[in-house]
Design a protein around this ligand. Structure first.
Ligand code: IFM
Length: 479
């Protein structure tokens, strides 16, 4: 996949539209992930995950934060469900913590863990909210990491077993499933740059992890289909909309597009790995992790593709050997997230930026949706994450987060433009429902449409939350 850019980016509209109507069946909602919100890390038999270990390791997370308490969602489930209902959320994408279901990543189901997600699903359905379950959002049971984690092929088979347990428990009520959230982050930040758990810095390990995550996806999809009649199955990928800094940068675009996007889209959606990716990384790995039959397992028909989009990625040819890390606020923990990205640098992009240092570029979302729909005709798309962190603070009982409202307006406009051009876009889930544990940045970055006071755990709906509620109510981008 190559994301094709419109030639005259600067002449495009500012995307600050209103009054645009979304179809009645277009799902608008919000997303979260287990480790980022649940807390209660030792409750009811939950085992440790790689994020418990990583976050309790000094120096890994800003402020030494951990997910131990997070926003205490595990203990505040009913009130949080009521809040979702108040906002009128049509769909809620949550993830299931594997170590709550299988504390050591293997063996029988932990009934208490299943019970929590069962109550969550029932609570959503009772309130008319569509559940969308993500099976893996980065919290691998630590015991599996101790056996090699995603560099170990066996982890993919353990994932299929875990999938079976969850599908059997929730499949009578959950129709929409996502296997993996952003496997690029799991592989390349977890085992390449070391910015994410488990914090390894080894390019060959990152490539092996990439393949075993793809394999895990391919093994899990038929399990869900076997158990859940009429299931709608997807994977969620964090696409990098890669743009050239100048006219010498075409090869840099190709390399990063291969590592970031085609490393997952090609095996999952088309079959096999891109030859240029194999060639670019051959000095790092011999790719012996791909065994006969693997590519057929991974290439499963999907019912929709989850698209996570936040900003664009600018690249330029560079005469150094090792890839230069990005200059836009991504953490550098010693390793590279781009094994094989030789000769590429990541210049600072034009602002404005969010508080993550990510550039705001709604045209990137429009380009991405158009490009995916061109390259994978017949595959419905859903924006499974889009949103922004800003340093907003409550003023009395209000949080006036105008920058986030503006960000969302512009990205919903981009999605609407894609719909108008014929993209089969089924929905849009805002990241995130709550302020939460933003991985390496701890609680220092707030993405929520609902503010959380981390001392009192008080929830305050931000102006962006009120704006989303109006959008959902009218299915029209508010003035
Ligand atoms: O918070 C993350 C989420 O877990 C995965 N997608 C990107 C978000 C913002 O960084």
């Amino acid at each position: 996949m190559t994301i094709q850019m419109q030639p005259h980016t600067r002449d495009r509209p500012d995307y600050r539209d209103s009054g645009l109507e979304f179809p009645a069946d277009f799902l608008i909602g919000a997303a979260t992930a287990a480790y980022q919100i649940e807390g209660a890390v030792s409750a009811d038999g939950r085992g440790p995950s790689i994020w418990d270990t990583f976050s309790s390791t000094p120096g890994k997370i800003t402020g030494g934060d951990t997910g131990e308490v997070a926003v205490d969602h595990y203990n505040r489930l009913e009130a949080d469900l009521d809040l979702m209902a108040e906002l009128g959320i049509e769909a809620y994408r949550f993830s299931i913590a594997w170590p709550r279901i299988q504390p050591t990543g293997t063996g029988p189901a932990n009934a208490a863990g299943i019970g929590f997600y069962s109550r969550l699903v029932d609570g959503l359905i009772d309130r008319g909210i569509r559940p969308i379950a993500t099976l893996y959002h980065w919290d691998l049971p630590q015991a599996l990491e101790d056996a090699g984690g995603w560099t170990n092929r066996e982890t993919a088979y353990r994932f299929a077993e875990y999938t079976r347990i969850v599908a059997e428990a929730l499949g009578d009520r959950v129709r929409m499933w996502t296997t993996l959230n952003e496997p690029w982050c799991s592989a390349f930040l977890g085992y390449g740059s070391g910015a994410h758990a488990p914090g390894r810095t080894d390019g060959a390990a990152a490539l092996a992890a990439m393949h075993h995550l793809n394999l895990a996806h391919g093994l899990a999809v038929p399990v869900i289909r076997e158990i859940v009649p009429g299931a709608e199955v997807s994977a969620t990928l964090n696409f990098h909309v890669v743009r050239p800094a100048d006219d010498t940068s075409a090869d840099a675009v190709r390399r990063i597009d291969a590592l970031a996007n085609r490393s997952f889209t090609q095996p999952m959606l088309l079959g096999g790995y891109p030859q240029d990716l194999i060639d670019d990384t051959k000095s790092i790995s011999d790719w012996s992790f791909v065994q006969p039959g693997d590519t057929a397992i991974i290439h499963q028909p999907l019912d929709f593709l989850g698209v996570n989009y936040y900003s664009t990625t600018l690249v330029r040819a560079w005469d150094g050997v090792a890839p230069r890390e990005r200059a836009d606020g991504h953490k550098d923990m010693g390793g590279s997230s781009w094994p094989g990205g030789d000769g590429v640098e990541f210049p600072l992009q034009e602002g404005p930026y969010t508080s993550m240092g990510w550039n705001i570029a709604p045209d990137g979302l429009e380009d991405l949706l158009l490009s995916l729909s061109r390259e994978h005709p017949g595959l419905p798309l859903m924006v499974t994450e889009n949103g922004a962190a800003f340093d907003d603070e409550p003023e009395g009982a209000r949080v006036h987060d105008q920058q986030r409202v503006d960000y969302l307006r512009r990205h919903f406009t981009a999605a609407h433009r894609a719909l108008q051009q014929g993209v089969d876009l089924r929905g849009y889930l805002v990241w995130s429902l709550f302020d939460n544990f933003e991985w390496g940045y701890g609680y220092s970055k707030r993405f929520g449409i609902v503010h959380v006071d981390y001392v009192t755990q008080e929830r305050t709906v931000k102006d962006s939350g009120l704006w989303i509620a109006r959008l959902i109510d009218e299915h029209v981008i508010p003035r």
